[in-house]
Design a protein around this ligand. Structure first.
Ligand SMILES: Cc1cc2nc3c(=O)[nH]c(=O)nc-3n(C[C@H](O)[C@H](O)[C@H](O)COP(=O)(O)OP(=O)(O)OC[C@H]3O[C@@H](n4cnc5c(N)ncnc54)[C@H](O)[C@@H]3O)c2cc1C
Length: 492
């Protein structure tokens, strides 16, 4: 079978590229190694509770937010039922030992008012910090449609780090935590994250915050419906083992079962560190192969899925960031589990009016902790299951102690770095794949191998916003940026 374009990976980036390339008139095939599309974000149910996996909330979807015109252009907007997060506090920070939680209200003006009211001595610095975020968070041609395309706009490789920027707030360590806690949402520590990266992720949530009714599963279903409408073919359990190169350009892919599928264009949305092993030796320059292979990955995570003994209104349309101490957020992967920062979200939060029945707790963790079992035959061995049981036990004892609003927790499942690796194929089970670390040049969509393009969170950024932007950036590179931006302008 011959296609115009083959997309490797049916994650949010692959599905976005699929829609855009089909829209440009191409005959598109998306291939996914997992048995189901978008394995990272589709969520799952346990004992009647739906748990989101790789999608909890999204920023930039509110009035005037750029995700509005992007989802409209993709044909997804009408298929998604959005609901706003708690206006008075969508994200809550709890620092152990401190009497009061800190809440971030929705909207930059509200956040400014709230924080300058709480920290009047830092008024000018707070305003300056937030104004800077407001200026930067949409500073990319697919988000700001009036901005000219410069080509390297996603790079913010050598600028000030978020930690350096927040040093000026040392008189208020709790505020430093509040303004750095969203680094958990992109997997790069404040010391290694540029102020631009933080602005792009945190700023979208400062602008507006929504959940999607039905969570990540509904999001994936909306994509699938739309892809079916465009006639795009999606094949699961279809792992690419090799990108075929003939006469110096891409000619298709070969699946691990040997099947050959022809196409003059291949878009790899998998983790870019996996790409060199798919391409024949000599097809990419050695320096470029090494650059891709050596890209720094974000840490992995342990993710607890648990049932609350009583419905808890506390996490309804609101998340909790837990930290053991104030100051600029630090993630020491060697520290005790209980001392690491954690992110908690409610399960099925849009449906439950009384309160959520389950929680999802995400704790940064290194693959090193499970490396001994990183082999298919050892996954289900007694020691690994025993280790999971111990970690689960520690989390279900620790969380109610620091968040008594949850009541008792009944653990229903635990994802480990091995789980994340299985679902995304990301090396080391990297939670957000390749991170955008200061000093690291992340790959651009175009490669030197004619017909081979890259997309995915390494190219744009993590999250629904980052992956949609990555899809546009790659497909605009393959087609015509100005044409695509013109279509987007019509959707404003
Ligand atoms: C725990 C967690 C919570 C999150 N919470 C949020 C949130 O609240 N809001 C938000 O916006 N974002 C959130 N994210 C981030 C978001 O889920 C990711 O940024 C996004 O899913 C990445 O999409 P992607 O398509 O770039 O990568 P992936 O989803 O990793 O897609 C790559 C795909 O390629 C496939 N693949 C790899 N190799 C091959 C091969 N050889 N052949 C065929 N297929 C292959 C993989 O199976 C995978 O499906 C969260 C992520 C995680 C893990």
């Amino acid at each position: 079978m011959t296609y115009d374009s083959i997309i490797i990976g049916a994650g949010l980036s692959g599905l976005t590229c699929g829609l855009l390339l089909a829209k440009s008139g191409r005959k598109v095939l998306i291939v996914e190694q997992h048995p189901e599309p978008a394995p990272v974000v589709r969520g799952f149910s346990r004992q009647g509770i739906y748990f989101d996996s790789g999608f909890h909330y999204v920023g930039g979807m509110g009035e005037g937010g750029p995700l509005r015109h992007l989802t409209k252009h993709l044909g997804l907007a009408d298929k998604l039922e959005l609901f706003p997060f708690a206006a008075e506090g969508f994200d809550c920070l709890r620092i152990e030992g401190k009497a009061d939680d800190m809440l971030l209200p929705v909207g930059l003006t509200r956040i400014k008012d709230c924080l300058t009211g709480k920290f009047p001595a830092l008024k000018l610095q707070i305003e300056d910090f937030l104004n800077d975020i407001e200026r930067r968070w949409c500073d990319f041609p697919y988000l700001d449609l009036d901005k000219n395309f410069g080509g390297s706009d996603l790079k913010s490789v050598h600028e000030q780090s978020l930690a350096q920027r927040l040093e000026g707030f040392s008189a208020a360590p709790g505020l430093q935590t509040l303004l750095s806690m969203h680094s958990l949402l992109y997997g790069v520590s404040p010391q290694d994250a540029s102020v631009t990266l933080n602005a792009q992720v945190a700023g979208s949530y400062y602008h507006s915050v929504h959940g999607i009714a039905g969570g990540g599963r509904s999001l994936v279903n909306a994509y699938l419906e739309r892809l079916a409408e465009t006639g795009t073919t999606l094949r699961c359990r279809a792992e690419v083992g090799r990108i075929i190169v003939a006469d110096g350009r891409v000619a298709g892919v070969q699946l691990v079962d040997g099947e050959i599928i022809s196409a003059p264009e291949v878009v790899a949305t998998c983790n870019p560190a996996l790409v060199p092993a798919l391409v024949p030796p000599g097809a990419l320059r050695p320096a470029y192969r090494k650059r891709l292979t050596d890209l720094q990955q974000t840490p992995s995570a342990l993710i607890l899925y648990a049932r609350c003994s009583v419905p808890t209104p506390f996490l309804r349309r609101k998340n909790l960031f837990l930290c053991s101490q104030p100051g600029i957020l630090a993630v020491a992967l060697q520290s005790r589990l209980e001392e690491r920062p954690m992110y908690l979200a409610g399960a099925d939060y849009c449906r439950d009016t009384g309160g959520v029945k389950g929680i999802i707790a995400i704790v940064p963790t290194s693959m090193d902790e499970v490396a001994a079992w990183n082999n298919a035959s050892q996954r289900r061995c007694r020691q690994y299951l025993e280790w999971k049981k111990q970690m689960t036990g520690r989390l279900v004892r620790h969380l109610p102690a620091v968040v008594p609003e949850l009541g008792e927790l009944e653990p229903l499942d635990l994802a480990t770095p091995l789980t994340l690796q299985d679902y995304s194929r990301a090396p080391q089970g990297a939670i957000y794949g390749v991170g955008r670390f200061l000093g690291q040049h992340n790959p651009q969509p175009q490669t030197r191998l004619p017909g081979l393009y890259l997309s995915g969170q390494a190219v744009g950024g993590p999250g629904l916003l980052g992956t949609i932007v990555a899809g546009y950036y790659t497909c605009g590179t393959m087609t015509d940026h100005e044409l695509l931006r013109g279509e987007l302008r019509a959707c404003r």
